[in-house]
Design a protein around this ligand. Structure first.
Ligand code: KG4
Ligand code: ZN
Length: 332
Protein backbone atom coordinates (compact mmCIF):
# COMPACT_ATOMS: atom_id res chain seq x y z
CA UNK A 1 0.00 0.00 0.00
CA UNK A 2 1.37 3.46 -0.91
CA UNK A 3 0.09 6.45 1.05
CA UNK A 4 0.61 10.20 0.65
CA UNK A 5 0.86 12.14 3.94
CA UNK A 6 0.06 15.86 4.10
CA UNK A 7 0.89 18.03 7.10
CA UNK A 8 -0.18 21.68 7.32
CA UNK A 9 -1.24 22.16 10.95
CA UNK A 10 1.07 25.06 11.71
CA UNK A 11 4.07 26.62 9.95
CA UNK A 12 5.65 23.62 8.23
CA UNK A 13 4.36 22.30 4.92
CA UNK A 14 5.13 18.58 4.91
CA UNK A 15 4.45 16.06 2.15
CA UNK A 16 5.64 12.48 2.21
CA UNK A 17 5.06 9.17 0.47
CA UNK A 18 5.08 5.95 2.52
CA UNK A 19 5.24 2.48 1.00
CA UNK A 20 4.22 -0.24 3.45
CA UNK A 21 6.82 -2.65 2.02
CA UNK A 22 9.72 -0.21 1.39
CA UNK A 23 9.16 2.46 4.04
CA UNK A 24 9.37 6.22 3.46
CA UNK A 25 10.05 6.89 -0.25
CA UNK A 26 10.24 10.66 0.12
CA UNK A 27 9.69 13.22 2.84
CA UNK A 28 9.83 16.90 1.95
CA UNK A 29 9.36 19.87 4.19
CA UNK A 30 9.03 23.54 3.49
CA UNK A 31 9.71 25.45 6.69
CA UNK A 32 8.11 28.91 6.90
CA UNK A 33 10.60 30.18 9.49
CA UNK A 34 11.92 32.89 7.15
CA UNK A 35 8.36 34.20 6.63
CA UNK A 36 7.41 34.42 10.33
CA UNK A 37 10.81 35.28 11.82
CA UNK A 38 10.42 39.02 11.49
CA UNK A 39 7.14 38.95 13.43
CA UNK A 40 8.62 36.92 16.33
CA UNK A 41 5.91 34.25 15.97
CA UNK A 42 3.55 32.62 13.51
CA UNK A 43 1.15 34.83 11.54
CA UNK A 44 -1.75 32.46 10.75
CA UNK A 45 -2.84 34.17 7.51
CA UNK A 46 0.69 34.05 6.09
CA UNK A 47 1.00 30.40 7.14
CA UNK A 48 -2.15 29.45 5.19
CA UNK A 49 -1.06 31.35 2.08
CA UNK A 50 2.33 29.74 2.09
CA UNK A 51 0.89 26.21 2.48
CA UNK A 52 -1.36 26.85 -0.52
CA UNK A 53 1.59 27.99 -2.61
CA UNK A 54 3.86 25.08 -1.70
CA UNK A 55 1.65 21.98 -1.54
CA UNK A 56 1.45 21.19 -5.27
CA UNK A 57 5.16 21.77 -5.74
CA UNK A 58 6.08 19.53 -2.81
CA UNK A 59 3.76 16.76 -3.95
CA UNK A 60 5.23 16.81 -7.48
CA UNK A 61 8.76 16.66 -6.09
CA UNK A 62 7.81 13.81 -3.75
CA UNK A 63 6.30 11.81 -6.62
CA UNK A 64 9.44 12.38 -8.72
CA UNK A 65 11.76 11.47 -5.87
CA UNK A 66 9.75 8.36 -5.02
CA UNK A 67 9.57 7.29 -8.69
CA UNK A 68 5.82 6.74 -8.45
CA UNK A 69 2.86 8.52 -10.04
CA UNK A 70 -0.65 9.15 -8.81
CA UNK A 71 -1.84 5.84 -10.33
CA UNK A 72 0.37 3.96 -7.85
CA UNK A 73 -1.13 5.71 -4.81
CA UNK A 74 -3.66 3.88 -2.60
CA UNK A 75 -4.76 6.67 -0.30
CA UNK A 76 -4.20 10.18 1.03
CA UNK A 77 -3.78 10.94 4.72
CA UNK A 78 -3.85 14.51 5.98
CA UNK A 79 -3.75 16.32 9.31
CA UNK A 80 -7.29 17.31 10.27
CA UNK A 81 -6.35 18.84 13.68
CA UNK A 82 -5.36 20.16 16.11
CA UNK A 83 -3.71 23.29 14.73
CA UNK A 84 -4.41 26.63 13.09
CA UNK A 85 -7.79 26.49 11.39
CA UNK A 86 -6.76 28.24 8.16
CA UNK A 87 -3.59 26.18 7.84
CA UNK A 88 -5.50 22.94 8.45
CA UNK A 89 -8.08 23.88 5.84
CA UNK A 90 -5.42 24.27 3.15
CA UNK A 91 -4.26 20.67 3.74
CA UNK A 92 -7.82 19.37 3.96
CA UNK A 93 -8.91 20.97 0.69
CA UNK A 94 -5.74 19.86 -1.09
CA UNK A 95 -6.12 16.25 0.12
CA UNK A 96 -9.85 16.06 -0.63
CA UNK A 97 -9.40 17.58 -4.09
CA UNK A 98 -6.67 15.06 -4.91
CA UNK A 99 -8.89 12.27 -3.61
CA UNK A 100 -11.78 13.45 -5.75
CA UNK A 101 -9.73 13.90 -8.92
CA UNK A 102 -7.87 10.59 -8.67
CA UNK A 103 -10.71 8.66 -7.04
CA UNK A 104 -8.65 7.83 -3.96
CA UNK A 105 -9.75 7.44 -0.34
CA UNK A 106 -8.75 10.22 2.05
CA UNK A 107 -8.24 9.83 5.76
CA UNK A 108 -8.16 12.39 8.57
CA UNK A 109 -5.21 12.04 10.91
CA UNK A 110 -4.86 13.54 14.36
CA UNK A 111 -1.54 15.40 14.35
CA UNK A 112 -0.79 14.15 17.88
CA UNK A 113 -1.11 10.53 16.76
CA UNK A 114 1.42 11.31 14.03
CA UNK A 115 3.92 12.47 16.66
CA UNK A 116 3.28 9.46 18.92
CA UNK A 117 3.96 6.95 16.14
CA UNK A 118 6.96 8.89 14.78
CA UNK A 119 9.67 6.76 16.50
CA UNK A 120 8.53 3.72 14.49
CA UNK A 121 8.42 5.23 10.99
CA UNK A 122 11.69 3.70 9.80
CA UNK A 123 11.60 0.59 11.93
CA UNK A 124 8.14 -0.63 12.48
CA UNK A 125 9.40 -3.87 14.01
CA UNK A 126 10.62 -1.82 16.97
CA UNK A 127 7.03 -1.41 18.05
CA UNK A 128 6.41 -5.16 18.46
CA UNK A 129 5.28 -5.81 22.01
CA UNK A 130 5.66 -2.17 23.02
CA UNK A 131 1.99 -1.34 23.62
CA UNK A 132 0.58 -0.51 26.08
CA UNK A 133 3.15 2.09 27.09
CA UNK A 134 3.48 5.73 28.09
CA UNK A 135 4.15 8.60 25.71
CA UNK A 136 5.52 12.02 26.57
CA UNK A 137 4.61 14.45 23.77
CA UNK A 138 6.25 17.87 23.98
CA UNK A 139 5.79 20.28 21.10
CA UNK A 140 4.91 23.89 20.39
CA UNK A 141 1.21 23.25 20.88
CA UNK A 142 1.19 20.51 23.50
CA UNK A 143 2.85 19.02 26.57
CA UNK A 144 1.13 15.83 27.57
CA UNK A 145 1.37 12.30 28.84
CA UNK A 146 -0.58 9.78 26.83
CA UNK A 147 -1.43 6.26 27.81
CA UNK A 148 -0.92 4.47 24.48
CA UNK A 149 -3.06 1.35 24.77
CA UNK A 150 -2.43 0.38 21.15
CA UNK A 151 -2.10 2.07 17.78
CA UNK A 152 -5.29 4.11 17.52
CA UNK A 153 -6.19 3.81 21.23
CA UNK A 154 -5.02 6.72 23.35
CA UNK A 155 -5.85 8.26 26.73
CA UNK A 156 -4.47 11.65 27.67
CA UNK A 157 -3.50 11.33 31.34
CA UNK A 158 -1.55 14.56 31.94
CA UNK A 159 -1.43 17.96 30.22
CA UNK A 160 -0.17 21.48 30.57
CA UNK A 161 -2.59 23.74 32.40
CA UNK A 162 -1.13 26.77 30.60
CA UNK A 163 1.78 27.09 28.13
CA UNK A 164 3.31 24.08 26.40
CA UNK A 165 7.04 23.39 26.80
CA UNK A 166 7.77 24.47 23.20
CA UNK A 167 5.73 27.64 23.62
CA UNK A 168 7.78 28.55 26.71
CA UNK A 169 11.01 28.03 24.70
CA UNK A 170 9.63 30.33 22.00
CA UNK A 171 8.50 33.01 24.49
CA UNK A 172 11.75 32.97 26.48
CA UNK A 173 13.75 33.21 23.22
CA UNK A 174 11.73 36.28 22.32
CA UNK A 175 12.48 37.84 25.74
CA UNK A 176 16.17 37.14 25.15
CA UNK A 177 15.85 38.68 21.67
CA UNK A 178 17.09 35.48 20.06
CA UNK A 179 14.43 35.16 17.37
CA UNK A 180 12.07 32.42 16.25
CA UNK A 181 11.63 29.46 16.66
CA UNK A 182 13.06 29.64 20.14
CA UNK A 183 13.88 26.01 20.95
CA UNK A 184 16.93 25.49 18.71
CA UNK A 185 18.25 29.01 19.47
CA UNK A 186 18.04 28.55 23.26
CA UNK A 187 19.67 25.13 22.93
CA UNK A 188 22.57 26.69 21.00
CA UNK A 189 23.10 29.50 23.52
CA UNK A 190 22.77 27.15 26.50
CA UNK A 191 25.91 25.29 25.39
CA UNK A 192 27.97 28.35 26.35
CA UNK A 193 26.20 28.92 29.67
CA UNK A 194 27.73 28.51 33.11
CA UNK A 195 25.97 25.74 34.94
CA UNK A 196 23.83 26.84 37.93
CA UNK A 197 24.72 30.52 37.52
CA UNK A 198 20.98 31.05 37.73
CA UNK A 199 18.38 28.67 39.04
CA UNK A 200 14.75 28.97 37.97
CA UNK A 201 11.72 27.33 39.60
CA UNK A 202 10.66 23.91 38.40
CA UNK A 203 6.88 24.37 38.28
CA UNK A 204 4.74 21.65 39.88
CA UNK A 205 7.74 19.29 39.93
CA UNK A 206 6.65 17.61 43.14
CA UNK A 207 3.06 16.91 42.38
CA UNK A 208 0.97 15.22 39.74
CA UNK A 209 1.64 14.63 36.07
CA UNK A 210 0.17 17.84 34.69
CA UNK A 211 2.52 20.63 33.60
CA UNK A 212 2.65 24.39 34.02
CA UNK A 213 5.28 26.48 32.26
CA UNK A 214 3.91 30.03 32.40
CA UNK A 215 5.32 30.79 35.89
CA UNK A 216 8.78 29.75 34.74
CA UNK A 217 8.51 32.18 31.86
CA UNK A 218 7.62 34.97 34.32
CA UNK A 219 10.66 34.13 36.49
CA UNK A 220 12.88 34.41 33.43
CA UNK A 221 11.31 37.77 32.60
CA UNK A 222 11.99 39.02 36.15
CA UNK A 223 15.61 37.86 36.00
CA UNK A 224 16.13 39.61 32.65
CA UNK A 225 14.95 42.88 34.21
CA UNK A 226 17.34 42.46 37.18
CA UNK A 227 20.67 41.52 35.61
CA UNK A 228 23.04 43.20 33.18
CA UNK A 229 22.01 41.47 29.96
CA UNK A 230 25.37 40.96 28.30
CA UNK A 231 26.14 38.04 26.00
CA UNK A 232 27.17 35.72 28.86
CA UNK A 233 23.92 36.44 30.74
CA UNK A 234 21.98 35.29 27.65
CA UNK A 235 23.97 32.03 27.64
CA UNK A 236 23.50 31.51 31.40
CA UNK A 237 19.78 32.27 31.39
CA UNK A 238 19.26 30.00 28.36
CA UNK A 239 20.98 27.15 30.17
CA UNK A 240 19.14 27.71 33.46
CA UNK A 241 15.77 27.88 31.67
CA UNK A 242 16.47 24.76 29.61
CA UNK A 243 17.60 22.92 32.77
CA UNK A 244 14.33 23.77 34.51
CA UNK A 245 12.19 22.47 31.65
CA UNK A 246 14.41 19.39 31.35
CA UNK A 247 14.20 18.56 35.05
CA UNK A 248 10.43 19.02 35.13
CA UNK A 249 10.03 16.68 32.13
CA UNK A 250 12.40 14.14 33.69
CA UNK A 251 10.79 14.06 37.16
CA UNK A 252 7.25 14.03 35.84
CA UNK A 253 8.02 11.28 33.35
CA UNK A 254 9.46 9.11 36.15
CA UNK A 255 6.32 9.77 38.21
CA UNK A 256 3.98 8.94 35.31
CA UNK A 257 5.90 5.71 34.52
CA UNK A 258 5.62 4.71 38.18
CA UNK A 259 1.97 5.58 38.37
CA UNK A 260 1.04 3.46 35.37
CA UNK A 261 3.71 0.79 36.02
CA UNK A 262 5.22 1.09 32.55
CA UNK A 263 8.80 0.32 31.63
CA UNK A 264 8.45 1.52 28.03
CA UNK A 265 8.33 5.14 26.99
CA UNK A 266 7.77 6.96 23.70
CA UNK A 267 9.01 10.55 23.65
CA UNK A 268 8.09 12.77 20.73
CA UNK A 269 7.37 16.30 19.46
CA UNK A 270 9.52 19.24 18.41
CA UNK A 271 11.08 19.79 21.86
CA UNK A 272 12.57 16.28 21.71
CA UNK A 273 14.99 17.60 19.07
CA UNK A 274 16.80 19.12 22.07
CA UNK A 275 19.84 16.91 22.73
CA UNK A 276 20.13 17.70 26.44
CA UNK A 277 16.46 16.82 26.98
CA UNK A 278 16.78 13.64 24.89
CA UNK A 279 19.80 12.50 26.87
CA UNK A 280 18.20 13.24 30.23
CA UNK A 281 15.05 11.28 29.35
CA UNK A 282 17.16 8.45 27.98
CA UNK A 283 18.91 8.20 31.36
CA UNK A 284 15.79 7.05 33.25
CA UNK A 285 16.81 3.73 34.79
CA UNK A 286 15.26 0.45 33.72
CA UNK A 287 13.20 1.97 30.92
CA UNK A 288 13.24 1.36 27.16
CA UNK A 289 12.90 4.75 25.50
CA UNK A 290 11.79 5.16 21.89
CA UNK A 291 12.76 8.44 20.18
CA UNK A 292 11.95 9.66 16.67
CA UNK A 293 14.87 10.39 14.36
CA UNK A 294 15.77 14.09 14.41
CA UNK A 295 13.98 14.77 11.10
CA UNK A 296 10.76 13.31 12.53
CA UNK A 297 10.75 15.33 15.80
CA UNK A 298 9.29 18.53 14.39
CA UNK A 299 6.20 18.51 12.18
CA UNK A 300 6.57 16.46 9.00
CA UNK A 301 4.51 14.64 6.38
CA UNK A 302 6.15 11.24 7.04
CA UNK A 303 4.47 10.83 10.42
CA UNK A 304 1.08 11.60 8.84
CA UNK A 305 1.63 9.14 5.97
CA UNK A 306 2.76 6.48 8.47
CA UNK A 307 -0.16 7.07 10.87
CA UNK A 308 -2.41 7.16 7.79
CA UNK A 309 -1.27 3.73 6.66
CA UNK A 310 -2.14 2.28 10.08
CA UNK A 311 -5.48 4.01 10.09
CA UNK A 312 -6.22 2.61 6.62
CA UNK A 313 -5.51 -0.86 8.00
CA UNK A 314 -7.93 -0.29 10.90
CA UNK A 315 -10.63 1.55 9.02
CA UNK A 316 -10.61 1.01 5.30
CA UNK A 317 -13.04 3.77 4.50
CA UNK A 318 -12.66 7.24 3.06
CA UNK A 319 -13.71 10.33 5.00
CA UNK A 320 -16.65 12.29 3.54
CA UNK A 321 -15.97 14.75 0.73
CA UNK A 322 -16.91 17.67 2.97
CA UNK A 323 -13.90 19.88 3.77
CA UNK A 324 -13.50 20.62 7.45
CA UNK A 325 -10.78 21.17 10.05
CA UNK A 326 -10.68 20.69 13.81
CA UNK A 327 -8.35 23.22 15.49
CA UNK A 328 -8.96 21.78 18.98
CA UNK A 329 -9.15 18.11 18.04
CA UNK A 330 -8.58 15.86 21.08
CA UNK A 331 -6.73 12.57 21.10
CA UNK A 332 -8.85 9.49 21.90
O1 KG4 B 1 6.22 19.44 16.98
P1 KG4 B 1 6.48 20.82 16.51
O2 KG4 B 1 7.29 20.99 15.26
O3 KG4 B 1 5.15 21.61 16.26
C1 KG4 B 1 4.00 21.45 17.04
O4 KG4 B 1 3.29 20.43 16.87
O5 KG4 B 1 3.77 22.35 17.87
O6 KG4 B 1 7.19 21.61 17.71
C2 KG4 B 1 7.64 22.91 17.55
C3 KG4 B 1 8.21 23.37 18.87
C4 KG4 B 1 8.58 24.84 18.89
O7 KG4 B 1 8.01 25.44 20.04
C5 KG4 B 1 10.10 24.82 18.94
O8 KG4 B 1 10.66 25.93 19.64
C6 KG4 B 1 10.35 23.52 19.69
O9 KG4 B 1 9.40 22.62 19.17
N1 KG4 B 1 11.72 23.02 19.42
C7 KG4 B 1 12.66 22.88 20.37
C8 KG4 B 1 13.84 22.48 19.70
N2 KG4 B 1 13.57 22.37 18.36
C9 KG4 B 1 12.25 22.70 18.22
N3 KG4 B 1 12.62 23.08 21.69
C10 KG4 B 1 13.76 22.89 22.39
N4 KG4 B 1 14.93 22.53 21.82
C11 KG4 B 1 15.02 22.31 20.48
N5 KG4 B 1 16.18 21.96 19.92
ZN1 ZN C 1 3.58 18.92 15.94
Amino acid sequence: MIIIGIETSCDDTGVSIYDSTKGILSNLLYSQTSIHKKYGGIVPELASRSHTEKLTLLLNLCLLKSKVDMRDIDGIAYTSGPGLVGALLTGASFAKSLGYIFNLPTLEINHLEGHILSPFIDNFNLRKGIFPCLSLLVSGGHSMFVNVLDIGRYEVVGESIDDSAGESFDKVARMLKLGYPGGPLIEKKSKLGISRKYIFPKPMINNGIDFSFSGLKTSVMNKISQVNMNEQAVFDISLAFQDSVMNVLYEKTKRALNLYKYNKLIVCGGVIANRAIREKLNSINGISVFFPKMEYCSDNGAMIAFAGYHKFLRKNQSSALIIDAYPKLRLF
